[in-house]
Design a protein around this ligand. Structure first.
Ligand SMILES: [Cu+2]
Length: 92
């Protein structure tokens, strides 16, 4: 089982005081553009504290994540986003 763990400071704990969150984008282009209109919020600003927030990657597909706070400004200007793809064991 693949699990992505998100750890981020809760609001007002980091130097800037900015909250963060985790959104799952529906596709590549919404990820590239940081278009959150069809993105799904999977963790709120308080869930990244401590041991963090765990998201199980159930499918062998690319998952696109981004911070959606402040209308996506962290995603757009701070590049606070990433993509990940779980792969089955490779045999050559
Ligand atoms: Cu953020």
């Amino acid at each position: 089982m693949f699990v992505a763990v998100f750890k981020y400071d809760p609001p007002n704990a980091n130097a800037t005081g900015f909250p963060h969150s985790v959104y799952l984008f529906p596709n590549y282009w919404s990820f590239i553009k940081c278009d959150f209109r069809k993105a799904k919020r999977i963790a709120d600003p308080s869930e990244g504290a401590g041991e963090g927030f765990e998201f199980v990657l159930k499918k062998m597909q690319t998952y696109y994540f981004g911070c959606g706070e402040y209308k996506g400004i962290h995603c757009k200007t701070g590049n606070m986003k990433f993509a990940v793809m779980p792969l089955k064991h490779w045999r050559f």
